[in-house]
Design a protein around this ligand. Sequence first.
Ligand SMILES: CC(C)(COP(=O)(O)OP(=O)(O)OC[C@H]1O[C@@H](n2cnc3c(N)ncnc32)[C@H](O)[C@@H]1OP(=O)(O)O)[C@@H](O)C(=O)NCCC(=O)NCCS
Length: 178
Amino acid sequence: MIEGERVDLRAVEPSDLPLLASWLNDPRVMRYWGRPGQTLSVAEVAAREAADAARGNSRKYIIQTKDGHPVGQIDYYDLDWQNRSASVSILLGDPEYWGGGYGTSAMRALLGYLFRELDLHRVALTVHESNVRARRSYEKNGFVVEGTLRDWAYFEGTFTNGLAMAVLQDDFRRLTDG
Ligand SMILES: CC(C)(COP(=O)(O)OP(=O)(O)OC[C@H]1O[C@@H](n2cnc3c(N)ncnc32)[C@H](O)[C@@H]1OP(=O)(O)O)[C@@H](O)C(=O)NCCC(=O)NCCS
């Protein structure tokens, strides 16, 4: 278990797979993931999880509130030991929880683990330019925009830019060390 301030991160159990599938099939949740019409079966989600785990350079967690209620998923992937870097992604599967500080807390907990326990140097992600809530949440954990990916995604009938964001260990430590 990785403990955060408002949420904890725990392993994904087989019993979580139907919940994961329901999040991944919710068009509201998938809007910014570019897959609003996704229809994944529980078996397909299980197969994806198994394939990701077999690659060995990623890890997914369930985000749960302090009273044990699962509200989302967060993961790191493309873990690169030579360059001490990784990428991350996050989603809160229940829109009721958006804007309540849970996503920022979950990301802070994961970054704490990646920087302080694994001693990574750099953590990166890509976000839709128009996903203001996500951008603000990432900035609160020290992510900065490093570049614009022109016409990165076909989104709601038009091409939109992506933003490449990253946070370095020093930035994160400055932000979070008392
Ligand atoms: C992105 C996500 C993980 C962020 O987590 P969250 O718990 O909702 O975010 P938080 O409440 O911690 O922080 C959001 C910040 O954005 C601000 N915000 C929210 N909506 C905003 C808007 N429309 N314009 C400007 N700021 C906004 C909030 O006020 C808050 O900042 P503050 O604390 O300084 O006031 C979550 O909303 C989510 O999963 N969304 C759906 C899937 C998704 O977009 N995933 C990311 C794909 S890259």
